[in-house]
Design a protein around this ligand. Structure first.
Ligand code: BYC
Length: 356
């Protein structure tokens, strides 16, 4: 299941850190540049510049954290889904997000960083995760709107990542995007049903759309002019399309969907521009975005506390799995706890539940 990121791991289960001598090497650098220029894939065993490795660890670990923190706002609604069918769909979706976190942590591990370190950075508040998960899910329509808009924005951002220059990340994203596509459709379908319901249900869908629209536009990151990582990430083939271009593609794709649904997108300046062949749109509140990214959004503290609690409560599962692995280590290649953890793909993505 997770083999796409383990294709080149050494017997120890962890890639060796580069030696000082290999860190800077004009010949290796030239080979790396040629591969990038030819649109080839960089694999974990290949030489790569340290800055490329660090950029990937930053982005992939942030992405993994977003997936597992993203389980929380929707996980909170599993016990309150309006029917058995919606409950089963939501459980599957939340479980998928946990799976995405696992593929992505595994991809980041091939770069020589440990899962324990990544989780410690998340839990201490050092590591970032997507701003979007720091807003509350107030009613059932929010669950549908998250599928439609949040997963819709995620797909728009993630499809180009299937062509990322780093092999394990690109391959992980193929499966992630297929699942995100199901997530987007189930959300849109749930909203279509509500829009055929009572006036109260229609008002719920409009209210949720009003609250999530601008936050989803901010998900794509700061404007290109204020995005410190974009230029280098595009040069390295990590990022293929800029933050602003992806945001524009998302808006253009979503406007007709809103029309079919029968909701109004909450932006009086949103209109088709014949000359640009794109929609013009209003100002995103970037102060609010940065305040949320820097830990002061409405749910930042709650999300992190829930995640840390779930991690502690899952300790017995990790202990039991390690004990099992130790018991069977004769049939495995490796011995230390770290190696056992890697080989048994032990993680701690148990979502926990927020208090309803
Ligand atoms: N939230 O130079 P920039 C999902 C940070 S999961 C928070 O443009 P970059 C889902 C950025 O990290 C969705 N922080 O950066 C899951 C950087 O800070 P640092 C997650 C943000 O990396 C469950 C600084 O701002 N998707 O959809 O070139 C259920 C400067 O930005 C955000 C991914 O992670 C943000 N929105 O571009 C449902 C996709 N935006 O690190 C759905 C992979 C920016 O310097 N990631 N920042 O401290 C990416 O594509 C890119 O990392 C980004 C940002 C487009 C997000």
């Amino acid at each position: 299941m997770y083999t796409q990121s383990f294709n080149v791991q050494e017997a120890s289960g962890q890639k060796k850190a580069p030696t000082a001598a290999s860190l800077e090497n004009p010949e290796f650098q030239a080979r790396f540049d040629r591969k990038i220029d030819a649109d080839g894939k960089i694999e974990p065993q290949d030489w790569m510049p340290e800055a490329y490795r660090r950029a990937l660890v930053r982005q992939i670990s942030q992405h993994a954290h977003s997936e597992i923190v993203g389980m929380l706002p929707e996980g909170n609604w599993i016990s309150r889904a309006p029917s058995l069918k919606r409950k089963a769909i939501l459980i599957a979706k939340v479980q998928d997000e946990g799976g995405h976190g696992l593929y992505l942590y595994s991809a980041a591990e091939t770069l020589g960083t440990s899962r324990e370190q990544m989780l410690a950075d998340l839990h201490s508040g050092k590591a970032k995760y997507s701003s979007i998960f720091n807003y509350p899910t107030l009613n059932w329509a929010d669950v549908g709107v998250i599928g439609w808009l949040v997963d819709g924005a995620a797909i728009m951002n993630q499809i180009p990542l299937c062509r990322c220059s780093f092999g394990p990340y690109a391959r992980a994203m193929i499966r992630v995007c297929k699942e995100e596509s199901f997530h987007q459709r189930q959300g849109y379908e749930a909203l279509l049903v509500m829009m055929q319901g009572t006036d109260g249900q229609k008002a719920m869908v409009q209210d949720a759309t009003d609250r999530w629209w601008w936050k989803c536009l901010a998900m794509f990151g700061p404007p290109d002019t204020d995005s410190p990582h974009s230029a280098q990430a595009m040069r390295w083939g990590i990022k293929r399309i800029s933050n602003d271009d992806l945001r524009q593609k998302f808006i253009d794709a979503t406007v007709p969907q809103a029309r079919v649904l029968g909701v109004t997108l909450p932006d009086p300046e949103l209109k088709w521009n014949e000359e640009r062949q794109h929609h013009d749109y209003g100002q995103i509140d970037w102060d609010e975005f940065w305040s949320t990214v820097n830990g002061n959004g409405p749910c930042n503290k709650e999300r992190l506390a829930t995640r840390v609690k779930a991690h502690h409560e899952g300790q017995w599962v990790r202990d039991a799995a390690l004990a099992y692995a130790r018991k069977h280590q004769n049939v495995n290649l490796c011995g230390t706890d770290q190696e056992l953890r890697s080989n048994f793909a032990l993680s701690s993505t148990h979502s926990g539940k927020e208090a309803a």
